[in-house]
Design a binder for this molecule. Sequence first.
Ligand code: FMN
Length: 398
Amino acid sequence: MLEGKFVVLGVTGSIAAYKSAELVRLLKKQGALVQVIMTESACEFIKPLTFQVLSQNQVITDMFREPSKWEVEHVALADRADLVLIAPATANIIAKIAAGIADDMLTTTILATRAKVVVVPAMNVHMYEHPITQRNIQRLKESGIEVMKPAEGFLACGYTGKGRFPEPADIVKFVDSIVGRAQDLKGKTVLITAGPTREPVDPVRFISNHSSGKMGYALARQAVLRGARVVLISGPTSIDPPAGLYKFIPVETALEMEKAVLENFTQAHVVIKAAAVADFRPKNYNPGKIKKQGGGMVIELVKNPDILQELGEKKQHQVLVGFAAETDEPEKNAKEKLERKNLDFIVLNDVTQEGAGFGSDTNIVKIIYRDGRTEILPKMLKRDVADAILDRVLPYLN
Ligand SMILES: Cc1cc2nc3c(=O)[nH]c(=O)nc-3n(C[C@H](O)[C@H](O)[C@H](O)COP(=O)(O)O)c2cc1C
């Protein structure tokens, strides 16, 4: 999928810089046009000549040197890029990007480009885990930059841990999944809900469920990569929201989720409700911590609003997709939900199956349509399940 794409590869001053020579070779093999920019420090680790030969292109090392063969100034390069890939990325370059510094050719290109930017960190484990580096990585993600997780293992500095430069072949796969995407959701607003809700009992206790948010976040990420404007409304999770969201709205309770969903419903073209919203909440919230008493205790529950049902009633042009996590008579229950809530299709998780449902990185789903058709998808990564769901949304949009 990288065939004909113009990739600007930024190489920075990491001991892993030599591994980028293999990365250039693999990118070229995929048919990409590669323009390497090296920082001054990178040139201490590997000679520009190596990249020049492998990329069959002049290597840029100095912003102020007279352009010889490479095309005009830094902005032209930034404009022409389909992707700016920084691999390896030092802690220093990550900090500079986070701060908006543009004091050399690479940082200037990063700031000037509208293309997707992918950063592949490589550094000592302590540098990587330092709260400042982590905060900088977070800032990059919030600005829509994709940051690949480094590998774990033996590091050149003698330590073992996170910070290792991933295998070049894995970097190419990661990049391919980002750049190679068809922009088939461009111009569409996709509203996705994810995670559990928490229904407070008192200041320290709540009722919730096992939803990890992984399925909803995977949907949000793939929709962003396919060009959609994504609004992600999420209950509490321990995972980072994907880069490039149009809006991220964190909520706690079903009532908060209902409010956020209704506020964003009208402008959405697609709504995918992957959140596991609690059906009930405690009738009374105790403002003080409930004391241990002798005997048992009864918490009276009241029904939460059925958000999906409300959307089904309000639905106009929107494509409406629901999820069902069932344990008993899953298909019968899912079909009933599909009809009652006026959905276009429903994604059924049988949460009792190994490798499906809550917390897992994979999912096994059935898709049930209004005309009675049922499609069974094999066990796949949640990322691929997300793409399969979005593929099935497309015909409803056209
Ligand atoms: C032998 C050696 C290896 C280094 N390896 C790394 C590394 O893997 N990651 C990193 O973030 N910094 C590493 N550094 C430090 C960077 O080279 C230094 O922060 C430099 O200023 C980075 O400049 P740049 O980001 O402009 O390329 C290393 C330094 C030396 C001397």
